[in-house]
Design a protein around this ligand. Structure first.
Ligand code: ADP
Ligand code: MG
Length: 390
């Protein structure tokens, strides 16, 4: 376990002068957080700290502890990387970093007990490198909107819709996008009449996938091939969310497509698609274990070996999905491609995995946009976009 390096306090912004060159945009990298994906978020921060263009941007790393405390963090990619025997974690001390909290303020402040509040300079843009609840679900985005601070990625509504598989499906279906049939079990409903629910779920055809409506990383998801296993699967999903969604299983290849927001009113851009193949029969589908603990069981190929027609169809569906939920900045759209070549949307992730080894940056790399340039593009998109109604 390495010791925590000291965070560097950013130099205060230069006093404005007629001759001074414009100062670099100050970017807050926000990572860690309260969700189960804390460690992954730290690893993402390591990747971004290493690759961000320091000639263009001043970096202020802010970690959020598992308990939700915001602290100034070390600008040290090695510390935040996942290595053998070291799982990075934001550890809170008794200091606290405050973002600007009202329109017209842009100074970042640090509170240390017994000291006067320190001004850490103005924030131009926040890059939330956070996955899951309290980061990717619109809550953080709402806070940044209230404070009038620009940020990378989807806004409040798109973040919330992307996080909630139930509303995501309603929005996609409402705009004619292909999705698998599903049913939703709201809190308390299952217990009122499990028999009737079982019958209605049987109508979807087996297998079904039982999922917490608002989770990620495959947490709480079960594939159910025998109706007798349904109660246990629902109980498992409910550990993560009182609202449960049950979907008809789709037989098809798992294909992903990276979408980047369009510049100045242009349509979003789609990358070459990639493919996820779970090769180890020990994993029934792309489970949490296959994603993070047994990576040898999964082959990620990019670009996916698909015909030009299917590639065009995947890209079209991905862009329309991005537009349907009104996403901004970046999203990864995950689809199934059936043997007959039909493209069915599984989900949209408004803050997809973003380490240099994650599918989203890899798909852009293969499409001609490297990791550093991708980070610059995302920050530039955020800088050109106003907060508020747009
Ligand atoms: N309807 C479905 N048909 C077939 N496989 C599915 C279906 N839904 C989910 N899966 C499998 O479960 C995995 C995780 O489901 P997903 O909805 O993507 O949840 P998460 O948001 O946790 O990633 C998918 O990558 C896929 O392997
Ligand atoms: Mg998924």
């Amino acid at each position: 376990m390495s010791t925590l390096p000291e965070p560097q306090r950013p130099a205060p912004a230069d006093a404005p002068s007629e001759t001074a060159a414009p100062r670099r945009a100050r970017v807050v990298l926000l990572f860690g957080g309260r969700s189960g994906e804390h460690v992954i978020s730290c690893a993402t921060a390591a990747g971004v700290m290493r690759a961000i263009d320091r000639d263009r941007f001043d970096v202020v790393p802010i970690g959020i502890s598992r308990s939700g405390q915001w602290v100034l963090a070390a600008d040290d990619p090695d510390h935040w990387a996942i290595t053998e025997g070291h799982l990075p974690e934001v550890v809170a001390d008794d200091s606290e970093v405050l973002l600007p909290m009202a329109v017209g303020q842009s100074a970042l402040r640090e509170l240390v007990p017994g000291e006067l509040p320190a001004i850490l300079g103005d924030v131009d843009v926040v890059f939330p490198l956070l996955h899951g609840p309290f980061g990717e679900d619109g809550t953080l985005q709402g806070m940044l909107e209230l404070a009038d601070v620009r940020y990378v990625g989807a806004g409040v509504l798109a973040s919330a819709v992307g996080m909630d598989k139930h509303f995501m499906k309603l929005v996609l279906a409402g705009q004619g996008l292909p999705i698998a049939p599903f049913t939703v079990i709201r809190p308390g409903e299952w217990d009122t009449n499990p028999k009737a629910w079982t019958e209605s779920i049987a109508n979807l055809g087996l297998p079904v996938f039982v999922k917490p409506a608002r989770a990620g990383s495959s947490l709480g998801i079960s594939k159910v091939s025998d109706l007798a296993d349904l109660p246990a699967a629902i109980a498992e999903a409910r550990k993560h969310d009182p609202k449960v969604i049950v979907e008809a299983g789709v037989v098809g290849r798992e294909i992903e497509c990276a979408v980047l927001g369009g510049r100045a009113g242009q349509r979003p851009r789609a990358s070459l698609p990639g493919e996820i193949e779970v090769t180890d029969t020990g994993h029934d589908f792309y489970t949490f274990e296959a994603k993070y603990l047994d990576e040898a069981s999964v082959v990620l190929s990019c670009p996916a070996d698909l015909s030009p027609e299917i590639i065009a169809e995947v890209q079209d569906v991905a862009v329309r999905t991005f537009e349907a939920v009104a996403a901004e900045g970046l999203s990864r759209v995950d689809v199934f491609v059936t043997t007959s070549g039909k493209v069915i949307v599984n989900e949209i992730n408004t803050m997809p995995g973003f380490t240099p080894f994650s599918m989203y940056p890899r798909m852009w790399e293969k499409s001609g946009l490297g990791y550093s340039d991708l980070i610059t593009e995302l920050i530039d998109l955020a800088l050109e976009r106003p907060t508020g109604l747009r």
